[in-house]
Design a protein around this ligand. Structure first.
Ligand SMILES: N[C@@H](CCC[C@H](N)C(=O)O)C(=O)O
Length: 363
């Protein structure tokens, strides 16, 4: 539950010194946070945002109308957004329910995602009107401006954002149209979100990968040469493509903390065997129900978590015989609970999604 401890944050135009609005910071409950006395944030278009004051928060307070009204502001010329994260995989969320076209371009999304000159995020997510009988549509731009089909952590953040926009309380669920088809998140009583992520796609040409299928049209524990090193990979699509590896020549169980991700990740992402590029998960098996994973994301690089990647990891672990269908996947940003159900072949993901703050930007 978010609270309403608010720092007064005026946005002023450097040229006219005119007030342009404000940003509210909502601090997650059960934490005590001391904001530094003077913090400066630089936003695109040379607008400067200065937060001064300090505060502590000690007890959870229910979200009040001030956060709701902040989200429903609609002066023209401003982009109102919410910043959320799912285990450190962070997103700018935009209420786009009044139009089926995203309010900002992919170029603008790249600027917003910049961690030095923008808000800083792994992607920008739009809440659009539903299509094909669904309640909402989700679209997302990666931080490089490309548009993926799906985002697991993003869909949990989307669910929490929609709950706030629609003032939904208690346990509730809705349907979301995505590039990966219909996705159904359920916000639980404890604030976590459980998502029916649908069926994994294993057919090589649909992932897509040019690696030769070796098991029922799928690529399971196949060798791939990446810059002279032979890795064993299983390819899975959760709507978006994933290449999962547990081992490479000479190393049966990867020690993921030792990997130089920034060096190896891009070589997988742009490998000729992946015509749509790929997300890559490097996985260490801790037990048959506990995996540790680091990810290099297509279009975003090394992130602290990847929901679709955690789902693909458990599917690959089952196919390679490393684990059972119900696993905890530890990511750098925290754990996800993943179940690949035998009965319906769907993958279910459960994890947190948290509000960081609300903000406004001149468009
Ligand atoms: N972090 C996301 C995946 C976002 C999309 C990905 N970078 C892609 O291009 O496929 C997740 O949590 O699933």
């Amino acid at each position: 539950m978010a609270i309403t401890a608010t720092i007064s944050v005026p946005i002023t135009s450097p040229s006219t010194h005119r007030s342009l609005g404000s940003v509210n910071f909502f601090i997650p409950s059960s934490r005590s946070i001391l904001a530094s006395p003077q913090r400066t944030f630089q936003y695109p278009n040379n607008f400067r945002l200065v937060a001064s004051s300090s505060m502590t928060t000690e007890s959870p307070v229910k979200t009040t109308t001030s956060s709701i009204s902040f989200l429903h502001q609609n002066e023209t010329g401003f982009l109102h957004f919410a910043k959320y994260h799912g285990l450190g995989n962070d997103f700018v969320l935009i209420d786009n329910r009044d139009s089926s076209e995203p309010k900002i371009s992919s170029e603008k999304a790249v600027q917003l995602c910049d961690r030095n000159f923008g808000v800083g995020a792994d992607g920008v997510i739009f809440v659009l009107p539903g299509i094909n009988g669904t309640d909402y549509t989700m679209r997302i731009f990666n931080s490089d401006g490309s548009e993926p089909e799906m985002c697991g952590n993003g869909v949990r953040c989307f669910a929490k954002f929609v709950s706030q926009l629609e003032s939904l309380h208690g346990r509730h669920s809705f349907t979301i149209h995505t590039g990966a088809g219909k996705i159904v998140p359920e916000v639980l009583e404890d604030g976590n979100v459980r998502v029916d992520m649908g069926e994994p796609i294993l057919k090589a040409s649909d992932v897509p990968t040019k690696l030769s299928p070796n098991k029922d049209h799928a690529v399971v524990k196949s060798e791939i040469d990446v810059d002279g090193v032979i890795w064993n990979v299983t390819c899975v699509s959760m709507g978006n493509p994933h290449c999962v590896t547990f081992s490479r020549k000479g190393i049966q169980n990867l020690l993921v903390d030792e990997l130089k991700l920034a060096e190896i990740g891009p070589k997988f992402e742009h490998h000729e065997m992946f015509p749509a590029r790929t997300n890559t998960e490097f996985v260490q098996v801790l037990s048959d129900s506990h995996l540790k994973m680091r990810v290099w994301e297509r279009g975003a690089g090394a992130t602290l978590a990847c929901g679709t990647g955690a789902c693909a990891t458990v599917v690959a672990a089952v196919l390679e015989g490393h684990a059972g269908r119900n696993c905890t996947v530890d990511l750098p940003g925290g754990p996800l609970q993943i179940e690949w159900k035998d009965e319906d072949n769907h993958v279910y993901m459960t994890g947190s999604a948290d509000l960081v703050y609300y903000g406004s930007l001149p468009l």
